[in-house]
Design a protein around this ligand. Structure first.
Ligand code: PXG
Ligand code: PLP
Length: 442
């Protein structure tokens, strides 16, 4: 084991941590120094059960040998190749492999390095697609309240998380938002897709009428909203969005950065719900979270619309230095191999009923006001402490970590999304821990 284990740096000030209460963290750091399968090891040598697959990304569990070896081999063989006007075989192989597991009709892949980049790429593809088709008046983008589409300017413009938007000026113009679908008064403690709220998709029709379809390029939604606290689409909602988009020539983008690669018990949410969009954004699970990589899937129709004009000309003026870089590509292929060998893209479906029962057994725990679940995702919504929103959930997070389980909280919601290799006994361990924590915190 590395000799860095147990050696904590004595000055934490230089690193400005992302999405973190920096001052509080640095007073009482929570350091992870190693990981294997379902567990992290902390700097004080404790094992912590990973209830969140890192940040919703380590779908096959940690430090899987095949992925580690692929990265080591690739780093020694071809470390980097220019992404523009040059190629290397492994990224082409990866694209073929990804298209094979993607929903029918998703025939081409554009590589990025994160979910945020995938989202901005998808929005740019949508705008440019209409333009190359001679439909350049379609410039509006429609997102949804409470949506999370990463942190770049396109993503926060169509996103609907107020704290992620309000500090950053006027964002993209020409963006509108549909209402979110969270209806706790009607749908609390629903298992899977809620009964009420499918008609909220008709709000899209209202927005289309307001702006006129001829001005709208695309609609982007998370099929299951993750980051905001696990909002599951009401029955019929996504199909209705699909129908409205098709009727008006608007592209439908599913942001599957969380739901992609088995999280719901099907390879993609598009498979799970039987609703196929025009563009799918992914990241996280593409490489099991091990190396940054994102992938944007598009239909043949969208791709082919760009393949016009003189052949020596670049068709789409977009790309990243690290788009499809060799090491990430090798990690992704090894990840797909691991998913396939262990049936992980559908394993969530087998475990989902057990997962649902376990989560809903917390219904009578203190301060629980809602429990939601789908595939291997779950949320436990807590009653906020009066005048101190987020405090109760954050205390639960800290206490659970001390007790040996990593959970994630957003607002006063506990979100759970374990690696897809989880065993039933480990599901019990997470739920028992959450119960004891809820009994212990204010
Ligand atoms: N779209 C969706 C739907 C996401 O969930 C992104 C885009 C952005 O991906 P990157 O790779 O740029 O972070 C995400 C990421 C949380 C949490 O705790 C969620 C995300 C990232 C970090 C934390 O809910 N989602
Ligand atoms: N900024 C500068 C000055 C650059 O030269 C580049 C890329 O060449 C970028 C930003 C974009 O970096 P990336 O391609 O890694 O997104």
């Amino acid at each position: 084991m590395s000799n860095r284990l147990n050696v904590a740096p004595n000055d934490l000030s230089a690193f400005w941590m992302p999405f973190t209460a920096n001052r509080q963290f640095k007073q009482a750091p929570r350091m992870l120094v190693a990981a294997k399968d379902m567990h992290y090891t902390t700097s004080d040598g404790r094992k912590v059960l990973d209830g969140t697959a890192g940040l919703w990304c380590v779908n096959a569990g940690h430090c899987r040998p095949k992925i580690t070896e692929a990265i080591q081999r690739q780093a020694a063989e071809l470390d980097y190749a220019p992404a523009f006007q040059m190629g290397h075989p492994i990224v082409f192989e990866l694209a073929n492999r990804l298209v094979d597991v993607a929903p029918e009709g998703m025939d081409h892949v554009f590589f990025t390095n994160s979910g945020s980049e995938s989202v901005d790429t998808a929005l740019k593809i949508a705008l440019a697609y209409h333009r190359v088709k001679g439909d350049g008046s379609r410039t509006r983008l429609i997102g949804r309240e409470r949506g999370y589409h990463g942190v770049n300017f396109g993503g926060i413009s169509v996103g609907g998380i107020v704290t992620n938007r309000k500090m950053f000026g006027t964002l993209l113009t020409g963006v509108d938002h549909m209402p979110h679908t969270h209806l706790p008064g009607k749908n609390a403690f629903t298992r899977g897709e809620p009964e009420h709220g499918g008609d909220l998709a008709d709000e899209l029709e209202r927005i289309v009428t307001l702006h006129d379809a001829s001005t709208i390029a695309a609609v982007i939604v998370e099929p299951v909203a993750g980051s905001t606290g696990v909002l599951i689409p009401p029955k019929g909602y996504l199909q209705r969005l699909r129908d409205i988009c098709t009727k008006h020539g608007i592209l439908l983008i599913f942001d599957e950065v969380i739901t992609g690669f088995g999280r719901l018990g099907a390879p993609f949410a598009a498979d799970y719900f039987g609703v196929v969009p025009d563009i799918i954004t992914t990241a996280k699970g593409v490489t099991n979270g091990v190396i940054p990589m994102g992938a944007v899937f598009v239909t043949k129709e969208i791709h082919d619309a760009f393949m016009t004009g003189p052949e020596h000309m670049i068709e789409f003026f977009h790309g990243y230095t690290y788009s499809g870089n060799p090491i990430a590509s090798a990690a992704a292929i090894a990840t797909l191999d691991t998913y396939k060998e262990e049936g992980l893209l559908t394993r969530g479906a087998e475990l989902a009923p057990y997962w649902a029962d376990a989560l809903h057994s917390l219904r009578d725990a203190p301060n629980v006001i809602d429990i939601r679940n789908i595939g291997l995702v779950g949320a436990i919504e807590l009653k906020p402490i009066d005048g101190q929103p987020t405090k109760r959930a954050f205390s639960a997070f800290v206490k659970a970590f001390e007790k040996g389980v990593l959970i994630r909280t957003t607002g006063d919601i506990i979100a759970l999304s374990p690696p897809l290799i989880i065993e039933k006994a480990q599901i019990d361990e997470i739920v028992d821990c959450v119960r004891s924590v809820l009994e212990a915190v204010d």
